[in-house]
Design a protein around this ligand. Structure first.
Ligand code: BEZ
Length: 209
């Protein structure tokens, strides 16, 4: 199955390192960084799990809960978490889904049979409090994810929602934002009294402090 931006995230009940969860109940009113990895006790995955744990405060400040997944079981996950903590100098506190029967991975299209018939690739889903998929990313098994980008895109989504704007290439918090083409200049003046720069009729920038 393909999960696309704008879809409601498929719900599931599954065992995790922190007990059984109903995904939609677990989301509650938070954002979610849901990510899969191929297998426990593997090097790239160990660094990614460690990085996610190290960034706990960054995710929390964005009202975002991480949720990992691999097709290994709870006992393997728990043993591996000890290794992640020891080798990455952290304390992993977020749950990891034990998707032994691969039901969740199949529902989210995390298994790419050309790569592996049984293990998940490195999928990322950013899900909002309405349970809507807001971003998907897929990395191959041998390339670790860029966590600066994951935090940046959560910032961009939350900022865009709050102010009704779009964000330009490489946008970071504090940079100018784009007034969407659907907003007329007349409405833009009311919405952004600080003013805006019209580079082209379709390319207008404003600053939001
Ligand atoms: C890793 O996490 O290092 C890894 C896992 C599966 C395939 C390749 C690399």
């Amino acid at each position: 199955m393909t999960v696309r931006i704008g879809d409601i995230a498929p719900n599931f009940k599954v065992d995790t390192t922190q007990g059984e969860i109903d995904f939609h109940d677990w989301i509650g009113d938070k954002w979610v960084f849901f990510f899969s990895h191929p297998a426990d006790f593997t090097p790239v995955c160990t660094t990614e799990m460690g990085r996610t744990a190290q960034l706990a405060k960054e995710f929390a400040s964005r009202d975002t809960q991480p949720l990992g997944l691999s097709t290994d079981g709870v006992e393997e996950h728990k043993g591996w978490i000890k290794d992640v903590d020891a080798t990455q100098n952290t304390s992993l506190e977020f749950p990891i889904v034990a998707d032994v029967d691969r039901k969740v991975a199949q529902a989210y299209g995390m298994i790419h049979p050309g790569e592996s018939k049984t293990a998940a690739v490195r999928s990322v889903f950013i899900i909002d409090p309405d349970k809507k998929i807001r971003l998907t990313l897929t990395y191959p098994m041998n390339v670790g994810r860029n966590f600066d980008e994951i935090l940046r895109v959560i910032d961009a989504l939350q900022f865009s929602d709050k102010y009704g704007v779009a964000t330009p290439a490489d946008w970071k918090k504090g940079d100018r934002v784009i007034i969407p083409p659907g907003v007329s200049n007349e409405d833009a003046i009311k919405k952004f009294p600080q003013g805006f720069e019209e580079v082209r009729p379709y390319l207008r920038f404003t600053e939001i402090k």
